[in-house]
Design a protein. Structure first.
Length: 296
């Protein structure tokens, strides 16, 4: 009797405070871009680290083969075993923690007495190991690490571009859709030519389009082909709200040109040329018909 309920699991509710981070990411979209960039760059980072580990292992074997028997305390403590060689290469070669002390230790091998006491080491071993160490630094710290920085910058740029695209879509869905609903006088879900003229003449709508880097005149010009296609098909000259928003997204000033855009331009040009040729053909036929009537 007198037992109490365990309250330990209730402490897990404190984790709900982490939901505040979501609000922080929404308030600062740059943080979300960095997080998405880190996710996209994880594969490139892992491949770069794997390459560094492989080169570290190979160069550690080479240095251990030549330096494991050198009777110097600083050489023994840095290159006496394979694990010590890898540790020294990571800290002093890749991260360049105390490169000068390691290079001075390698240079001091010259003149050191051989293990059997019969002679001393000449300069060839010392400078050979120095060249191997410099080559390791060139491949890992200067080449791989800088290549990784370039890859990360490119990935973050792509993620930023994709995030801007999503932000623009959300912005349009939040403001432009409601605005088009207001201008849809007959509530048909279709935007006529007259209703579109009211949209581009409204100051609030113009401000929204300017925030999307969209020129209202370009919007009228590009939607003209949609109206004309309805006219050619004998339908009412109207466009759906989804079609209009798709056009607005495509003509944003910050959007890059894609191959699909070039294909659509080619299709529109072909449609315009065929329509103009058809109109010209009809005018020529009417001219010949009128001439025949006059002759008769």
């Amino acid at each position: 009797g007198g037992g109490s309920l365990p309250t330990g699991p209730l402490r897990l509710l404190r984790l709900l405070r982490l939901t505040r981070l979501v609000r922080l990411l929404r308030a600062f979209p740059e943080l979300l871009t960095l997080v998405n960039g880190m996710k996209c760059a994880s594969r490139a980072v892992m491949c770069s680290l794997l390459m560094i580990v492989l080169m570290n292992y190979v160069f550690a074997i080479i240095l251990n083969m030549f330096l494991s028997e050198v009777p110097k305390r600083d050489i023994k403590s840095s290159f006496g075993r394979l694990g010590l060689c890898m540790w020294t290469l990571v800290l002093d070669g890749t991260f360049m923690d105390s490169t000068k002390s390691i290079l001075e230790a390698l240079r001091s091998i010259t003149g050191t007495q051989l293990p059997d006491g019969d002679g001393v080491y000449d300069w060839t071993l010392s400078w050979f190991c120095i060249c191997v160490f410099f080559l390791y630094m060139l491949l890992t710290n200067i080449t791989v690490m800088n290549m990784l920085i370039g890859v990360l910058c490119e990935l973050v740029t792509q993620v930023k571009r994709a995030d801007d695209e999503l932000v623009a879509i959300d912005f349009m869905k939040q403001y432009l859709r409601d605005m088009l609903v207001e201008f849809d006088a007959d509530d048909s879900g279709q935007i006529s030519r007259a209703e579109l003229l009211e949209v581009v003449a409204d100051p609030k709508a113009v401000k929204v389009l300017e925030n999307l880097n969209v020129n209202p005149q370009y919007l009228m010009d590009l939607t003209e082909s949609l109206f004309e296609s309805d006219k050619d098909a004998g339908r009412v000259e109207e466009v759906t709200r989804e079609e209009l928003m798709d056009v607005i997204l495509k003509i944003r000033g910050s959007r890059e040109v894609s191959m699909m855009d070039l294909v659509e331009v080619q299709i529109d040009l072909r449609r315009v040329i065929f329509r103009e040729m058809g109109d010209l053909r009809n005018e020529i036929r009417e001219g010949f018909s009128n001439r025949r009537l006059l002759l008769h």
